[in-house]
Design a protein around this ligand. Structure first.
Ligand code: NAD
Length: 507
């Protein structure tokens, strides 16, 4: 089971970051951070007190007074330095991430890299936070807009991308002139903290970036705090909906990126080998613990005959500790996740789906205590079954049949979630039809995990997203700023007065 606390006093403790200093929490509530391949306790993370949350926000509020007026070039240069530091520490960051989260080392580097891309984008803020200017909107009158930072903003992040998702948030919030309070996942905060140390080393001034740890109570304290202006949340739909409602009620700007059930349509004309490879990578990579993982493949027409090929492809993947060479599928993040995923596999069998490949109880020599589940494939899955209705968040692929593309699109649009989707086809017409009619945020065409690069914004439809603006890309500049429009007229001494204007028109 999940460790909750270990009495050993020698275990390292994860620090808070308040006012530019990494400090020990005074809390009495701690949780173990556990290596999911070995169950070794790596460190303890504090559940911060209300006073500590208040201190983090107060430090952000104080720092905002000067940071908001810091030259845009000075802000940009910090992120130029930061991207360099992240590159230099890539191997170390990936090793920390793999130890606490379980994903393979190459995938951990990918996690850091996708966040690094946002840091690089942040360094280009000079071109992103531009206002608009209209000359002579009336006689001698100009109107212009400026995008001003909001104040203290906050971010709450999930366990599955402990590098990328914090990096979606604080670089763009800070580079636009805000200060930030980050609440990382309590399951794997160590790589996030290393990234914060590097951010401080890059020159982020004291109080501009703060970190508190914890669970529900700390998240609620952030939602309720009167001095926090905006919150970015990424995590499950249940928690995200709670955060959205609570923080919106408290008058904050909120964006929540939430749960998923991502379908991929496989048309019979698709390139078979490429498609099988793509599906196996997207369903089982990161042990299925990606919000963009493909968890349902809709096999259209003759593609329904591809089940045995898909099973054979899934069997080629190697299950093992993320640190071992050649491993494709690491352990699930926790014993609780292991119990949930294996429980859902049992439910799938009980509900009548065909277990075409059973990944339970893989042999992983040397790591007998790890939370391993190998690639698992269910055929004949139908809406209504638990494995179809729930986000499994494990290496389990459900296969559903459809007669044609219309039925496949209808099935996907009827699912409550709208995070990611993909189509595999050689037909431009089918791909275009799909792109037009599918109600899902991220759409891939022969691309299984279409996470947008940072000049675009991550998005989502229906139950996968709340709030209008997404994290990173152009949208996040608007999320973290307030638009102000200025209308100005300057008189010189020779200007002839036209008298009193009692209308709303500009003359
Ligand atoms: P989670 O919702 O359990 O946790 C997310 C954050 O909320 C954590 O920081 C956690 O401490 C906090 N939290 C947990 N329970 C809480 C509660 N009762 N009240 C207040 N705060 C609480 O999510 P997770 O298990 O860490 O991450 C997996 C989920 O995140 C999946 O559903 C996945 O699809 C989703 N996700 C979505 C995206 C996206 O961009 N749409 C990206 C990554 C992950």
């Amino acid at each position: 089971m999940d460790a909750t606390t270990t009495p050993a006093t020698k275990v390292a403790t994860v620090k808070l970051l308040i006012g530019g200093k990494f400090v020990e929490s005074k809390t009495t509530e701690w949780r173990d951070i556990v290596n999911p391949a070995t169950q070794q306790v790596l460190a303890k993370v504090p559940f911060a007190t209300q006073d500590e949350v208040d201190a983090a926000v107060a430090s952000g509020k104080e720092a905002f007074k000067t940071w908001r007026k810091t030259a845009i070039g000075a802000r940009a240069r910090i992120f130029l330095k930061y991207q360099q530091l992240i590159r230099e520490h890539m191997g170390e960051l990936a090793a920390i991430l793999t130890a606490e989260q379980g994903k393979t080392l190459p995938d951990a580097e990918g996690d850091v890299f996708r966040g690094l891309e946002v840091v690089e984008h942040a360094a280009g803020i000079g071109n992103l936070q531009l206002g608009e200017f209209a000359n002579n909107v009336a006689g001698g009158v100009d109107t212009y807009s400026v995008l001003q930072p909001l104040g203290v903003c906050a971010g709450i992040t999930p366990f599955n991308f402990p590098a990328m998702i914090p990096l979606w948030m604080f670089p763009m919030a800070i580079v636009t002139g805000n200060t930030f309070v980050l609440k990382p996942s309590e399951q794997d905060p160590m790589v996030t903290m290393r990234l914060c140390e590097l951010a401080i080393e890059a020159g982020i001034p004291p109080g501009v970036l703060n970190v508190v740890h914890g669970g529900e109570a700390v998240v609620n304290a952030i939602c309720d705090h009167k001095d926090i202006k905006a919150i970015s949340f990424v995590g499950s739909t249940k928690v995200g909906t709670h955060v959205y409602n609570r923080a919106s009620l408290a008058g904050k700007r909120v964006q929540c990126m939430m749960g998923a059930k991502n379908h991929a349509i496989v048309m019979p004309d698709a390139n078979k080998e490429q498609t099988l490879n793509a599906l196996a990578g997207a369903a089982f990579g990161a042990a299925g613990q990606r919000c963009m993982a493909v968890s349902v493949a809709v096999l259209v027409g003759d593609a329904r005959n591809w089940v045995p090929d898909l099973v054979e492809k899934a069997k080629t993947l190697k299950v093992g500790a993320g640190t071992e060479k050649g491993v494709d599928v690491g352990p699930l993040v926790s014993c609780a996740a292991f119990d949930r995923v294996t429980g859902l596999i049992e439910r799938g069998v009980a509900d009548g789906a065909t277990l075409a490949l059973d990944g339970r109880k893989p042999t992983v020599p040397g790591y007998e205590k790890g939370n391993f589940v190998g690639p698992t494939v269910f055929a004949d899955v139908k809406p209504g079954m638990s494995i179809y209705e729930q986000e499994i968040f494990g290496p389990v692929l459900c296969l559903v049949g459809a007669d044609n593309i219309d039925d496949a699109i209808e099935l996907i649009n009827a699912n409550p979630n709208g995070n990611g989707t993909a189509i595999f086809t050689q037909s431009g017409a089918a791909a275009r039809r799909f792109q037009e009619d599918i109600d899902v945020g991220q759409v891939g065409i022969n691309v299984p995990i279409p996470v947008p690069v940072p000049m675009f914004s991550f998005t989502g439809s229906r139950a996968s997203k709340l709030g209008d603006l997404g994290p990173y890309g152009k949208q996040v500049v608007l999320f973290y700023t307030q638009t102000k429009t200025v209308t100005s007229r300057w008189f010189d001494d020779s200007t002839v007065s036209h008298g009193v204007n009692t209308t709303i028109s500009l003359k």
